[in-house]
Design a protein around this ligand. Structure first.
Ligand code: MG
Length: 712
């Protein structure tokens, strides 16, 4: 029977309150949109992170099948389709499928609320660490702040269904067990630390850098302060075994065996040999190589990547179009860690003071270091520093409280300061009304497509829509949130921004090459390079030119291909062009296409103002761009009739001009495009429904998204 003394009871109560608080704050977003129809599907709010859809796809597939032997031939039929990239072996999908199986809620509810409950578990290690430091109130205050602090909230809110929901929880448990191990030297913490590493690695395979930093710090501590203590070497050795680069079950076996040995006093004299063995095992299994690869990745960053062999094609890299990779200002940085610049600065000072008073907290340095990497590495890292800096300010608040003359003042000051640091974070949560990834109308299109397209068919769209398309329509895609390097984006970008004829041929080519390469396990530099060679060219430009008018023999058709063209892609059309508007032979970027979207144009009587210095003369249809005035080629107006059919009127103005204006009346949108853009698949099929009947067949046409089936 566990005897709960007052301190243990207090610990549990603090954990319970902090957990409830964290959950409640995450329900604010749910409450704000609980009756907003565009965010709902299947009677539940949809998720708001794109990446979540890949875990959802894996979980959906796991729940749909019954075969558990991955080598069985029927594995792919029962669970998912060959080459469909469904992550059925990922921890996030497996955990989700598990919860979906045992809980009486809909799948949509599970993925919406999973981050709410899992991420709130972060309060547990925070309070437990504070318990070791004999300052439970500090843990309670830090838990309240950390659970709702800006960036942690953003990445673990309701619907932010991604690995982040445990990405801080697990290393915080690791920190807790390391601190307790070093402090108490109890064997139990050896196995807890090792198992925590196993779980953390299972959940997030990139966790090795943080684990390795903890290891390094413990090693340093041992060598400098505690060289004679045999327990430290046991801790280091068991961590090494847990961190090897092998199958999780092998590591679990190794860890259990070593743990047994460590509990037997008679083996203590062999500890140095065991440690040497563990380090050897770590390096031999390649435990260090991912760390080395990552380090190299930070040093070499290039905008154009050139393959070092083969044709040496130059592709555009996605790096510079991803916002996260950019540098961030100090205010954003501190807001995201603590909710306010003042809180951050005080937290930081408090953290330094805490390190001075409680040196054992030095083991938290890797988390703070990773968090501060956000300064160069991008926003998403800030969450690692959140709980540790929360300790900083919570420590100062409790230190101040102790100095208060009466008990009443002590609690009053703690309450007041805690509310003060929570307030900016609450305000942030209240204002953070992020939309769902897709809206209900778009999802309806995909849900309909699910019953039309086969599970081995391809749906082509920009990578941003890849995961949700696969989840809702249960099909395959060429690119997605995890597969969008320059070389795989090139053909898709090419299709969306070139003529229907070029797009149709490239679609058949790229889909069949993708399947062929995966089926035969071929090593190729890129599909496009493989096509170039197999069609007998050395110059990709010459190969691409043959798609224009020549009747090249296309690969054998093994499945259907659909194009999913959402209206929302309008916003990123210029970005989409970047990936194929490049000379693959020398990496030179082509001239930017003219593409301008106006959403708040003004009728000024004789002319329409489309932008700051852009005017369209209503009578002459001359376009004025800054100081330049020119005729336009066409003026096109599109409009939906009552029965939702798109009608368009095309007014030819001047054949010598390269610029056309398209007025999309129902969208309240004016487009100014050059001739190449006008003839692109996206504009022709999505905006104008001008499809070539020999190449495409309309399948679903709605204002939000259009689906066409490829006929070749
Ligand atoms: Mg599938």
């Amino acid at each position: 029977m566990i005897d709960l003394n007052i301190e243990s009871r207090k610990t549990l109560i603090y954990i319970a309150i902090a957990f409830a608080f964290s959950v409640a704050m995450r329900l604010i977003w749910v409450y704000q949109f609980h009756d907003f129809a565009p965010f709902h599907f299947n009677g539940q709010l949809m998720i708001n992170t794109n990446d979540g859809y890949i875990w959802a796809e894996g979980a959906r597939d796991l729940l749909s099948g019954t075969t558990t032997n991955p080598d069985a031939k029927e594995y792919f039929d029962k669970f998912h389709q060959l080459n469909d990239l469904s992550p059925v072996t990922s921890a996030a999908s497996q955990l989700t499928a598990f919860f979906a199986k045992i809980l009486p809620f809909s799948f949509e509810s599970i993925i919406l609320y999973l981050p709410v409950f899992l991420s709130s578990l972060v309060v547990v290690p925070i309070v437990l660490i504070a318990k070791d430091l004999k300052n439970l109130e500090m843990g309670f205050i830090a838990a309240l702040l950390a659970s709702v602090a800006w960036s942690y909230y953003n990445r673990t809110m309701a619907g932010y269904y991604d690995t982040d929901m445990l990405n801080i929880v697990l290393p915080m448990f690791l920190l807790w067990s390391i601190i307790w191990a070093i402090d108490t030297n109890k064997n139990i913490y050896l196995i807890i630390t090792a198992v925590d590493i196993l779980i953390y690695r299972w959940w997030y395979p990139q966790s090795y850098s943080l684990e390795f930093s903890f290891f390094g710090l413990i090693l340093l501590y041992t060598l400098i302060f505690d060289r004679k203590n045999i327990f430290n070497y046991k801790l280091l050795a068991i961590m090494m075994f847990a961190m090897m680069n092998t199958d999780g079950f092998i590591r679990l076996g190794a860890v259990l065996a070593i743990f047994y040995i460590f509990t037997q006093k008679k083996f203590d004299k062999y500890i140095y040999y065991i440690l040497a063995l563990s380090i050897a095992a770590f390096f031999i299994t390649g435990g260090f190589s991912p760390i080395w690869t990552q380090l190299k990745g930070y040093v070499f960053r290039d905008s154009v990547s050139a393959a070092d062999k083969g044709l040496g094609l130059h592709f555009f890299t996605v790096m510079q179009t991803v916002r996260e990779a950019g540098k961030i200002p100090f205010e954003t940085f501190s807001n995201r860690i603590s909710g306010h610049t003042v809180t951050f600065v005080i937290s930081f000072l408090g953290y330094i003071y805490l390190l001075y008073k409680k040196p054992i907290m030095l083991f938290s340095l890797p988390l703070v270091g990773l968090g501060f990497l956000a300064y160069v590495g991008g926003l998403r890292f800030t969450i690692y520093a959140v709980p540790i800096l929360a300790f900083g300010i919570a420590f100062l608040i409790t230190e101040l409280a102790v100095k208060m003359p009466t008990n009443k003042l002590k609690y009053l000051s703690m309450t007041a300061f805690t509310l003060a640091i929570l307030y900016p974070n609450y305000k942030h949560i209240e204002a953070y009304k992020v939309p769902t990834v897709f809206n209900a109308n778009e999802v309806k299109v995909l849900d309909k497509l699910k019953h039309i397209a086969g599970r081995n068919d391809y749906v082509i769209s920009w990578w941003d829509y890849g995961y949700p398309i696969r989840y809702y329509a249960d099909v395959k895609t060429l690119v997605d949130g995890g597969k969008h390097s320059g070389s795989v984006n090139f053909p898709v970008s090419f299709m969306l921004t070139h003529t229907q004829e070029e797009a149709a041929k490239m679609a058949r080519l790229d889909v069949e090459y993708t399947e062929k390469v995966a089926d035969k396990n071929l090593t190729v530099f890129s599909n496009i390079e493989q096509m170039t060679k197999e069609y007998g060219f050395h110059d990709t430009n010459k190969f691409l030119a043959t798609l224009k008018d020549t009747n090249i023999t296309l690969p054998h058709k093994t499945r259907n291909i659909y194009f999913y063209l959402p209206f929302r892609m309008m916003n990123i059309y210029p970005t989409v062009t970047l990936f194929s508007n490049i000379n693959l032979m020398n990496g030179r970027q082509g001239r930017q296409p003219f593409f301008y979207v106006s959403r708040n144009f003004k009728d000024m009587g004789s002319k329409i103002q489309l932008g700051q210095n852009i005017f369209l003369d209503k009578r002459t249809l001359n376009l004025t761009l800054g100081k330049k005035t020119m005729p336009i080629r066409r003026f096109v107006k599109t409009q939906y009739s009552k029965d939702m059919k798109l009608h368009k009127s095309v007014q030819l103005v001047n054949f010598t001009s390269d610029i056309s204006v398209i007025y999309m009346a129902n969208y309240n949108t004016m487009l100014i495009v050059d001739e190449k853009t006008y003839n692109s698949l996206y504009i022709q099929l999505m905006v104008l429904e001008n499809y070539d009947k020999n190449l495409f067949q309309p399948v679903i046409l709605t204002p939000d998204a259009k689906v066409y089936k490829l006929k070749v």
